[in-house]
Design a protein around this ligand. Sequence first.
Ligand code: MG
Length: 463
Amino acid sequence: MKNSNLNRRQLMKMLGLGSAGSLLGSAVPTMAKANGRNGAGDLSPSGSRDKSTPSYAAGLPPVTIRSVKAIGTAPQGANLVIVKVETSEPGLYGIGCATFTQRAEVVVTAINNYLPDFCIGKDVDNIEDLWQATFVSSYWRNGPVLNNALSGLNQALWDIKGKRANMPVYQLLGGKSRFAVDCYAHADGKTPEEVATNVQKYMDQGFRHVRIQQGGYGSLYLAQQPDFKDAGFGRATDDFMDARAYVKAVPKMFEVVRKTCGEQVELLHDTHERVQPQDMINMCKRLEEFDPYWIEDPLTPENMHLFPQLRAATTVPFSMGELFNNQNEFIDYMTRRDFDYIRCHVSQIGGITPAMKIAHLGEFFNVKSGWHGPGDVSPVGHAAQCHIDLNIWNFGIQESVFFSDQLVEVFPGSPTLKKGYMYVNEAPGLGVDINEKLAAKYPINNNAGKWTIRKRDGTIIRP
Ligand code: MG
């Protein structure tokens, strides 16, 4: 990520803090004076101490939602969806990430067609109430799309609350538990040796954690021309995965990377839910000697009931939950300690509010965070996750990507990476803005999300 090196004044200007952004800066003393209060808001007109009314509520009307809209943009290729919430306070707005890259246009519709009527006029301060109300407002719930829209709304409201409080969001969550957020990078390669070379490159940049994949998810390059293509079954662009070849290749990759890069680097691997449970158990047992940091998403949603067997069969740590839609889906697995890292898309699970609840649940069961943070999370979403990561005690590791210069131009104030640590800036709110004019130059498209992966005979493989 590019270090934007913005100073606080530039950030305040850039982040749309407007008159409301300086509510507790220049405006509050004036308002407080008019109400007979000092800056701390604890003196009544008569000068006596009054602790019943906080300063933000000192006779001022609530700040309400004036508009809600979606902004779709793809500056780095992946579709990103942003929710922008404007308020009754001139110049005060918030933004949040609602990205579901594979179905971006549907999320844009969900935001633009359903959120404004429901949200306009509501008090921006009542984040929990708005989350609960919006969540059940469609009656049918728990799905992607609506949850993405809700996530964006929720993050935007936290952004606004931070601006009103004149604090970065992590402060509102309880302050810092660490100085920065430890991240992992992605190393790929066609051969184990190539993977090891790329791991070393990240280690040289200061990363202590690297995810290793040989030929992407499922090592698709291992495939020969599959029989289904010879038979004319499916489309010419469909991929073929040889799951048996994959589960044999992964331990060999770990062996070479360990031998080449040593014991100190932490190695992660994503199975992307593509392997049959018994194959997964056997593969994980073979990986134990290479001490993986985590094996990600070992089971499909349909096979989740097999988690206790998987857990009992192997000692490798697991991250899980990328395809979960709702915080309640975590409860049974976490309280049984079936997995070790909470792997979910904060821009899908409902935003900062439910992510904090899941994280706090994990604290009591020794389950740590590992939020989904690839290129199909916007810099706003990365910032939201980084604010959570800074606060929660049971932080595990954060997935990171490198932001291109043009992505940072569209999203000024984006988080930065240094020696494998992610940093957010100290501006009030999430610390990221969006340049809508520039964003419009990179329209979203419906090219993404056509993943079709088949077995040799053409059977669909479920991720
Ligand atoms: Mg994954």
